[in-house]
Structure formats: C-alpha cells, structure tokens
Design a protein around this ligand. Structure first.
Ligand SMILES: C[S@@+](CC[C@H](N)C(=O)[O-])C[C@H]1O[C@@H](n2cnc3c(N)ncnc32)[C@H](O)[C@@H]1O
Length: 283
C-alpha cells in the first residue's frame, strides 16, 4: 500500500457527512427504477491514515487506518449502489484500488487511472435516462476545474459534494494587490472566468506615488466572500445548492475547506438539498 497519510480531524467529519448522505440518498430512491451510480473522482485508495496536519490528541487515532470514501460507498447496504466508479491519478493509489476491486469482486466497480478533469466529461456523456449519480469531488487542493463542475450540472442526473479548497484559494488571492498572471489564470480555471473572482477585488484606496492608476486590493478578512462567490457560481449552473457549506478549519483555526452540496435534477433537487442541509447543519 502507498502513502495513505493525509488530512486531519476535518477528514473524518467530511466522510461522516458523505456516509450519512449516501445512506439517505439511496434509501430515498429505493423504490425508484433508477440505476444508482457512485462516482469518486479523487478516490484515494480506499483507506487513509491521519497525516502530519492531524491534531488529534488520541495517538491511537493517529496510527489507525480509517475508512476512505470508496469503502464508505461500498458499505452502503440498505439500497447498495449498482455501480461504483473510482478515478485516481496517482498510479500507486490506483494499484490499491485494483486490490479493493478484487476484494469486492461481486460488485460492479470501474476504476480509472486518469485525471478527474479528463475522465468526468466522458462519464457525463455515458449517463443514461434512468441513471442517477452522486459524485464526490474530494481533491487535495485546487485540482477541480470549473468546466467539470458545469458539465456535471448539465447532466441533470448528478448530485455533487464538492470540497472547495478555501485556504489554498485565499493564499492565491493576495489582499494588498492583484494576483500575478500565473495565479490569475489558475483562478480563471477554478471559477470559470476572470469576472467571477475579479469582483472580490476593489480599487485600492492607497494613492500611487507615481500618480498613475491605483492598483486593486482584496479587503482583509474577506475569505468567506470567496466561498460565498463560489457558491453563487454553483447556483448559476445547478438546480439547487445547499444554503450553507460545511466549513473545516485547521489546528490554527484558519478556514481550510468548505464542503458544498449541489443537485442537478429538476425533480429531485429539493429533496436532495433538504437531506444534505439537514446533515450539514447537524454534523
Ligand atoms: C484527499 S485525497 C482523496 C481521499 C479519498 N476521498 C478518501 O476518502 O480516502 C485526494 C486524492 O486525489 C488524487 N488526485 C490528485 N489530483 C488528481 C486528479 N487531477 N485527478 C484524479 N485524482 C487526483 C490524489 O492522488 C489523492 O489520492
């Protein structure tokens, strides 16, 4: 098995939310004629061990191998998923997923050693009328491009949990001046266009010593506006988005991630978001 260590206490909370949702979602659709598909686009290898960022005081917890999202989805029992798709870019982790598939040889499991940004559009194209899917986008950082989020929304068949890397994005958006060109193009890719993050910058109140146009700055402490802006982007393409995301902070109490939920099926979106909202608020 490769290096399974990453994450922190927030990882367990995030996965508990996923487990509760998958249980509720599959049970809600139990009597429906749908083929239920779980897609894990950043699948890892099935299990994980808390990494160096983990601040647990429980040393045993630190050493323990925890159940990762692929195993969580495989463990849904009341109404099991008909098909499970795991996408993982790292070759070693992909090898571990192959072993997981052998362990669950009676299940319909497809695994791909690909970049999620390339594999997801293909998945969207293959969805059939009676397919319904939960897609989990659980990257380490800023790997999710807006084009795939938009593509998932267009299917009208997918409910999506998206781990938005708020801390990493706040670091890409300096407060004293505009992001340099390389970071600006990364932000374009994540938000799906410059205008969608540029509005978080305002004209600087500082006077330019050379008398030219003052630059732009992002108000300090406005990182929750970044998350708010991304949620608005989700609302612009999905039928319904849970009103608030679940925020995860690091040991220094800085925001690291915001877990969003968005539903794309016009008929199912309300109930899906009601379930997700209840879980986000309670857990
Ligand atoms: C946070 S981990 C996922 C953990 C997993 N959800 C779990 O609960 O065990 C992120 C995973 O995404 C993989 N990854 C990173 N970039 C990727 C990409 N562009 N496409 C697919 N997988 C990627 C990493 O190798 C890593 O295994």
């Amino acid at each position: 098995m490769g290096d399974t260590s990453f994450g922190g206490p927030w990882t367990q909370k995030k996965l508990r939310i996923l487990r509760l949702y998958l249980n509720a979602y599959t049970t809600a659709l139990k009597k429906q004629p749908f083929r239920l598909i779980y897609l894990d686009a950043f699948a890892g290898e099935g299990s994980w061990r808390p990494g160096s960022a983990y601040a647990s005081t429980d040393y045993d917890d630190f050493r323990k191998l925890h159940t990762g999202s692929p195993r969580i989805a495989l463990g849904i029992q009341d109404r099991p998923f008909d098909r499970l798709i795991f996408i993982e870019k790292d070759p070693q982790r992909y090898e571990s997923l192959k072993k997981l598939r052998s362990e669950f040889s009676h299940r319909d499991i497809m695994i791909y050693n690909k970049d999620a940004n390339d594999a997801l559009p293909i998945f969207c194209d293959t969805l059939r009328t009676l397919d319904r899917s939960v897609v989990f986008l659980d990257p380490f950082a800023t790997e999710v491009s807006w084009t795939i989020v938009e593509r998932l929304a267009q299917t009208q068949k997918v409910d999506c949990w998206i781990l938005f890397p708020l801390g990493a994005i706040a670091r890409m958006m300096p407060t004293a001046n505009e992001p340099p060109p390389q970071l600006a193009s990364q932000l374009d890719r994540i938000f799906g266009g410059r205008e969608h993050w540029w509005i978080l910058y305002e004209q600087s109140s500082r006077l330019s010593i050379f008398g030219d146009e003052p630059g732009r700055e992002r108000p300090k402490g406005s990182s929750n506006q970044i998350a708010h802006q991304y949620r608005e982007r989700l609302e612009s393409v999905f039928v319904k988005v849970a009103p608030s995301g679940r925020e995860f902070r690091n040991a220094k109490n800085s925001p690291m991630f915001q877990l969003f939920f968005a539903a794309s099926n016009p008929k199912g979106a309300k109930i899906a978001v009601d379930i997700a909202k209840h879980i986000i608020d309670k857990w």
